[in-house]
Design a protein around this ligand. Structure first.
Ligand SMILES: Nc1ncnc2c1ncn2[C@@H]1O[C@H](COP(=O)(O)OP(=O)(O)OP(=O)(O)O)[C@@H](O)[C@H]1O
Ligand SMILES: [Mg+2]
Length: 338
């Protein structure tokens, strides 16, 4: 049940509409990530002064930190049309050629999960990014010829939760890479204060503070928890105060530190089954019944950032802090390894 809150089905229409309604549409409204915001601002302003399309931009970071939102802002700030697609939708070079050849001048092309694009398409993209040109192969075997096709100048905005999987030639062709960081509780407080106002939801200051401290440093989760607290207050008829937040989050298995069921399952597995680690990623994934990719891209970044897990060359290790958080005493051997 908790996974539906913290990792809801991205295709769920209600959740998408809800996210859309709360998405900031300008850099000004975008909370936090100050460095990235200033870097983007400069890049966009310079392009507009020179009357050209902004450089290609790569947005990297864990889910829910604002990559899609920033891509939309890049288009919106420059009053440019936006085309959205994703890596998994581009399974052949032809899929990409179709998109690229239909772009209008100055358009922003957003490719979500760009690390999952087909290899043949990646190679086509290199040339397109550099020279605004693609070579279309016509025919097969000895009679095959390639026909060059000029493209309208465009700005590629790529998003990835796994920048390490991008081949270097692709990574190098982005003029700017933004690494999004987890948000501080004060920043999340600003995100949900704004969201509560947009939703016309009356909620106490200390309730908002409590939510922002338990949202895994992630605006998407903060907004979703806000919504669950609103449900809770509505159904139970009480005020949306700190007690309501605590009761709602307990119901959805979000603990004091904002860890959800899967976060705790990972830590518990390392501690209980592997004596604190080190344990390899794939073994760990199997033992909690999840994809290794989910563990690596979704679960681990936050656990590492909170100092509960460390990645060592020999595998994942639960830190003494993790043992403490789970209410266990570290075994001496586990400590020796750190
Ligand atoms: N800096 C921010 N300020 C205010 N709201 C934000 C910010 N970043 C994200 N949000 C909110 O969080 C939600 C999720 O953000 P977004 O969809 O951009 O994340 P994402 O990085 O694209 O995630 P994914 O990797 O899952 O695609 C948005 O709907 C938006 O309301
Ligand atoms: Mg996104």
């Amino acid at each position: 049940m908790s996974d539906a809150v913290v990792r809801p089905d991205p295709e769920s229409e209600a959740e998408l509409a809800f996210e859309g309604a709360l998405r900031p549409s300008s850099l000004e409204e975008f909370v936090g990530q100050q460095k990235v915001r200033r870097q983007l601002q400069l890049l966009l302003e310079a392009a507009s002064l020179q009357n050209r399309s902004p450089d290609h931009i790569l947005l990297a970071g864990p889910p829910g930190l604002g990559k899609t939102t920033l891509a939309m802002i890049v288009a919106h700030e420059g009053a440019r049309p936006l085309r959205m697609t994703s890596g998994p939708a581009i399974q052949h070079a032809g899929d990409l050629a179709a998109v690229l050849s239909s772009l209008v001048p100055g358009e922003v092309l957003f490719v979500d999960e760009i690390h999952r694009m087909a290899r043949s398409a990646e190679e086509m993209l290199y040339l397109a990014m550099e020279d605004f040109r693609v070579d279309i192969m016509v025919g097969k075997g000895a009679g095959a010829t390639s026909i060059p096709l000029e493209l309208a100048p465009f700005t590629l905005v790529g998003a990835t939760t796994r920048s390490g999987l991008l081949p270097n030639p692709l990574r190098d062709r982005f003029g700017f890479t933004a690494h999004l960081e987890f948000y501080e509780p004060e920043e999340l407080l600003r995100v949900i204060t704004r969201a509560a106002a947009l939703l016309r939801f009356e909620i106490g200051q200390d309730a908002l503070t409590e939510i922002s401290g338990r949202s895994r440093g992630t605006p998407r989760i903060a907004n979703r928890l806000l919504r669950r607290v609103r449900d809770f207050a509505l159904v139970n008829g009480g005020p949306a105060d700190r007690d309501a937040v605590q009761a709602a989050l307990e119901l959805y298995d979000v603990d004091d530190w904002g860890l959800d069921r899967l976060d705790r399952a990972v830590l518990t597995a390392i501690v209980d089954r592997f004596a604190g680690g080190p344990v390899g990623l794939s073994t760990l994934a199997v033992s909690v019944g999840e994809e290794a990719e989910t563990i690596e891209a979704v679960v681990e970044p936050f656990l590492v950032r909170t100092g509960l897990l460390s990645r060592t060359p020999r595998g994942r290790v639960a830190t003494p802090r993790a043992w403490q958080h789970l209410g266990r005493r570290p075994e001496p051997t586990a400590l020796d390894d750190l």
